[in-house]
Design a protein around this ligand. Sequence first.
Ligand code: NAD
Ligand code: 0WE
Length: 262
Amino acid sequence: MGFLAGKRAFIVGVANDSSIAFGIAKAMRREGAEIALTFQNERLERKVRSCAEQVDCDILLPLDVNDDAAIESAVAELQKTWTDGIDILVHAVGFAPREELQGDYLEASTREGFKIAHETSAYSFVALCKGFKDMLVQRQGTALTLSYLGADRIVPNYNVMGLAKASLEASVRYLAGSLGPKGVRVNGISAGPIRTLASAGISDFKKMLKKNAAQAPLQRTVTQEEVGNTAAFLCSDLASGITSEIVYVDAGYRNSAMSSED
Ligand code: NAD
Ligand code: 0WE
């Protein structure tokens, strides 16, 4: 029997079968969890529906995380099937206007871009935890989000997303503080760079993957499956003593100052 047998996971952030959220859904399904997925808009519905089928997921809901009414509807909809709450909430959402992720940080940054990046990438995790709080408390559940090293290092072009991820990571700690007394754990995974829809079209992404692989102790990048396995562990009872943490799944890159080539 898998280590997530009997658990119910609500996963936000699947766009297609390259999504990190889909790697998480597959790992959690493999370990026995029941899965519910969402799609951001009609444009993505068909792709997400095909992902849903692959993880035997019967609950597929529309959800724009910037819309509080949509979050409330998702809660109400989920409660119809999962009447006594959820065990796992996964937030794998990030967005900034494309122009903000190109070139010099100071030049590229705008008030509006800052607002959009922080609302969609950081506040949305708080909004989801607020909406699903009662359902999480009911089953002593756990929440998980996805971050990136740009939260505390200067990564060229990551720009305002770095600030939004720093806020998201601080939020993991404060949310853990809020929900810990109720028995709910909150953690984050900081993943190394992976080719997905969100990284498509990022200038020099291929170069970045190469540099990460060259400098990481494991001499390679990581996969959606590896992030998925860590997510499954963190959201399982095996991790019952872990909350407020950011776990790096990056082949060791963060702790490496130089590569053997330097
Ligand atoms: P992805 O494009 O597959 O996933 C991003 C998701 O965010 C999409 O499903 C998209 O629909 C969703 N989204 C954006 N705005 C939304 C909104 N308003 N409402 C609802 N959903 C919305 O890309 P991914 O790389 O799998 O990204 C998932 C998470 O992993 C993000 O938080 C990203 O920052 C993080 N991350 C990615 C990498 C990487 O290199 N790919 C590395 C570290 C962390
Ligand atoms: O968090 C991310 C991606 C975030 C992202 C990507 C896009 C592209 C399309 C947020 N918003 C948008 N907006 C769009 O219009 N990652 C960790 C992947 C990523 O993105 C980078 C990276 C890495 C790594 C951007 C610049 C530099 C490095």
